[in-house]
Ligand binder design. Structure first.
Ligand SMILES: [Zn+2]
Length: 426
């Protein structure tokens, strides 16, 4: 999994005299059902790049490093890479500096290979903007664990709670259990509670226990509150370092609410849901419950976005539906958020003189020049949206979007009229 630290390192790269090979490749299974089919595209890119490099003046060690990058990319994608549900890959490599960063995305990327004295980061920054980072905090009266969910993967960072006073490191796991005063007090109560429940003691004994219990409960209550407050403070410190977008809180309800009460208001606003998972669960169990919640939240955000576009899809409104109106708006740099339905796949055409994309007319509707065919219009559309730093949202099947050719956009401003296009038509 890519960490924010790695991305930052990559973005800061390039002040030194090292060349970086950047590959973006469309691996969409609908267009390339078999590995060897996208490997053909890659092999052509490798060949072209090698030819282009021959005419360049480069130091021998730079040339060697680039050649190693290209070989590594071919070996990785040809053998080890697992496509799963992904449709685009982005790989950064600089063998000389030990940089190797392969990333897979659910959107099809335009295939291209770029070798520059710095990484080609535009697609990465545009794509990363689309992916929110989630933090999951699980709390109980004696423990806490924290996870980060990003780009579809989960990573545990529970070591941040290690420094919470009153806790010790359990070397057998990545979890940290509380001990000392309140941990012990809690266990003591448990024992006494059980004993008085059995009712075997005489009335005087249980009365004494009752009193002692109440006293200890108050004591424990304070300690638990302090424990939850410390977790909340540590979580806020983690937030300042890691900048997650959304927070999910897990645990028993009383512990969750105790934790949330003491949470910094910046974090309270970021809570998007609650789960029952407590710190005792295994990583896959936590992940399963978390993913389910994230999918629900993301679906409802996407649904709202489509409805927002539908409301704005009227004369002089800032929403468009349909392939042609969307491409027209994109051609004018007017797209703020591009929405593409998952299952859309269309061939199209691209104008070599003005760059306009359309569904396949032989002449460009914008400037009248003859157009070149493109195999995947969605890939081209995403590439253009990336180059304009527009937001790209991939939506699973949606009834409104389905009726509109599977494409739509929220606009920054009203694009100039084009009489060839009827607004709202697919
Ligand atoms: Zn044109």
């Amino acid at each position: 999994m890519i960490s924010w630290k790695e991305i930052k390192q990559l973005l800061e790269y390039g002040n030194e005299d090292h060349w970086v090979s950047t590959l973006s490749l469309n691996i969409d299974g609908r267009r390339f059902p078999k590995r060897k089919e996208f490997m053909v595209v890659l092999k052509n890119l490798l060949k072209q790049t090698r030819t282009d490099l021959e005419s360049k003046t480069l130091a021998p060690e730079v040339r060697q490093s680039i050649e190693e990058d290209l070989k590594k990319m071919e070996g990785y994608l040809g053998n080890r890479f697992e496509r799963n549900h992904h449709r685009g890959v982005l790989i950064y490599s600089c063998s000389q500096k030990g940089l190797w960063l392969p990333l897979a995305f659910p959107v099809p990327l335009r295939s291209k290979l770029v070798v520059l004295p710095h990484p080609y980061t535009l697609p990465l920054t545009a794509l990363l903007d689309q992916y929110p980072k989630y933090a999951v905090v699980l709390v109980s009266q004696e423990r806490a664990r924290i996870f980060e969910v990003y780009l579809g993967e989960i990573i545990e960072h529970s070591e941040i709670y290690d420094e919470i006073p009153g806790k010790v490191h359990d070397p057998s796991s990545k979890e940290y259990k509380s001990m000392e005063e309140y941990g012990l007090a809690e266990r003591r109560i448990e024992r006494r509670g059980r004993r008085s429940e059995t009712g075997t003691g005489g009335y005087s004994e249980s009365a004494i226990y009752g009193l002692a219990e109440r006293k200890i409960e108050r004591h424990v209550g304070t300690h638990i509150r302090q424990h939850l407050k410390r977790i909340a403070d540590t979580t806020f410190a983690f937030f300042k370092d890691h900048r997650f977008d959304w927070l999910i809180v897990g645990g028993q309800e009383e512990n969750r609410s105790g934790f949330e009460e003491t949470l910094h208001h910046d974090l309270k606003e970021r809570i998007i849901g609650r789960i029952k998972s407590d710190p005792k669960l295994s990583l896959p169990e936590v992940y399963e419950e978390t993913l389910k919640l994230i999918q629900e939240v993301e679906w409802s955000q996407k649904d709202q976005l489509v409805k927002q576009i539908a409301e704005a899809n009227q004369p002089y409104g800032l929403g468009v539906f349909g392939v042609m109106p969307t491409l027209h708006a994109l051609g004018q740099g007017a797209v703020q958020t591009l929405v593409v339905q998952d299952n859309v796949e269309l061939p199209g055409a691209r104008c070599p003189s003005c760059g306009h994309l359309n569904m396949g007319d032989s002449a460009c509707p914008e400037c009248g020049s003859p157009t070149d065919p493109v195999a995947d219009l969605v890939e081209e559309t995403i590439e253009q949206a990336i180059s304009q730093s527009a937001q790209i949202v991939y939506v699973p099947r949606h009834p409104i979007l389905e009726q509109s050719g599977g494409m739509g956009a929220l606009l920054r401003y009203q694009p100039a009229k084009n009489t060839n296009l009827a607004k709202g038509a697919a």
